[in-house]
Structure formats: C-alpha cells, structure tokens
Design a protein around this ligand. Sequence first.
Ligand code: NAD
Length: 259
Amino acid sequence: MLQGKRGLVMGVANERSIAWGIARACAGAGAELAFTYQGAAFGERLAPLAASVGSDFMVDVDVTDDASLDRAFAALSARWDRLDFLIHAVAFSDKTELTGRFLNTSRANFKNSLDISCYSLVEVARRAHPMMGPGGSIITLTYQGSNRVTPFYNVMGVAKAALEAAVRYLANDLGPDGIRVNAISPGPMKTLAGAAIGGARKTFKHTEMNAPLRSNATLEAVGGTAVYLISDAGAFTTGEVIRVDGGYHVLGMPQPENI
Ligand code: NAD
C-alpha cells in the first residue's frame, strides 16, 4: 500500500515505541524510511532497528532546539526530493507531575510539556510542508486523556487537547495543498513514555478488562491504522482523531463483572 512512498519517523526510543510499530508496518507496506532520535543513547538503540527495515538515515533531533530541526530537514531535503509522510510520536512531561493532582502543575512543566508534546508538531509540519505535495500525510499520536479525565495524566491531557486542536488547524491550512493531518489515539501501551504516568499498570489493566474488545491496542494495530491513513485508502480523511483503543472510549461505565 505504500510502495514508493518516503516517510520521516520521529520518536523511536526502542522496540516498544509506538513510532517503531508504525515504522515496521510502513516498511512492511513498501515505504522507505528516515528516522530522528533524541541524543546519542537513543541513536544507538535506533541504529539496529532502522537497519532492520533497510534504513541508514538517522538524524539527531531535540524538538525544543530549532537548529537541530533545521539540520534534520536540510539533511532530509539533501537526500530526498520529496516527503510523502511524517510520523510525529513525541511527547514529554516531568514524571513528578504525572502523579498526584493536576492542581499542582508548575508553570515550567506546563510550558515544557506543551512545547515538546504539542508545539513541536507545528514546527515539524512547517518544515515538512515544502517537501510535501498532494497525497502527503502527517500523523501524530494522542490519548483520550485529552477530553476525559484520566487519573494522573494531568498536564499531558491538556497538551493532548491542544495537540488535537493543532491537528484540526494544520489540516485546514495544508488541505488546499492536498496534505492531510490526523491523530491516532491508542489506548494505554507499555512504552517508556506510558510507564512514566502514575498508575500506568492499573490503567493498562483497567482498559484491557473493560474495553469492548477486551484488549489494549498492539503496535501492529496502530501501525496498520497509520498505513491506512498514509495510503490512498485514507485519501479523504483529515483533521481527524482516530481511536485505536479496543472501543474503550464508547463506555459509560465499567463492565458489570468488574464492579
Ligand atoms: P516512547 O517513550 O517510546 O516515545 C516517546 C518519544 O518522544 C521518545 O522517542 C523520545 O525520545 C521522544 N521525545 C521526548 N522528548 C523529545 C524531545 N525534546 N525531542 C525529540 N524527541 C523527544 O513512548 P510512546 O508511548 O511510543 O510515545 C509516542 C507517542 O504516543 C507520544 O506522543 C505519546 O504521548 C503517545 N501515546 C502513548 C500512549 C501510551 O500509552 N504509551 C497512548 C497514547 C498516545
């Protein structure tokens, strides 16, 4: 489904990363991939993964550092004459504020969380835009803590709400150029970022026990959704938040057997 398409994947920390699930699915569907990583240690983990999908194209990017973003997109345009898709799977918040009350969120962590987890999408979309043409697809990752309170998700919920709004505004800006912008919203997944949220194991178990499909999303499921959104099959979907959460979001209460 993605034969001949070229994509940049941001946010692979290890083989459990959602970005890695997406990268693997895209490569399996025929796409050619480039990666960004955050710092040398993540770069070492990424190298064998990238090689396993036939890519040697890796650039060090900290999304709070404009110069590193400029270098990455300069390297990308030197190597490729166009970009068909971009995966933004980047988020961060101080772990000490992903527990306890939202009320205690500090100004510094609020700004940093929104900068890395939301504003960075705007920065990368603006840089990717000149390399993209009709059929281009930008995908970010969100979570239902954006519109429903999930204990301890705290400032990340606010960041994801802002991110989903940014998806809609970017979709409207880039739509006339044929570029689509969407978010995938998986349920809880066992990743580095997921583990940083207070009570992560309980949240994971709760959704697994109560979601209509009685399962949390897999990397393959999220990857498959990304392939659809990038491919021509998703050609008329933009500005959307697509849930890959086993149906958890439709519930009004837990399953009776779990009460
Ligand atoms: P992960 O820890 O594997 O990936 C997070 C990535 O963000 C890492 O690669 C990290 O290097 C990168 N990152 C953080 N700060 C950065 C910075 N300043 N510059 C560049 N990169 C930076 O965890 P994940 O769960 O795969 O997270 C990917 C995305 O999926 C995030 O947006 C996350 O909020 C979202 N998400 C996760 C879950 C979950 O339960 N794990 C559920 C829904 C959505």
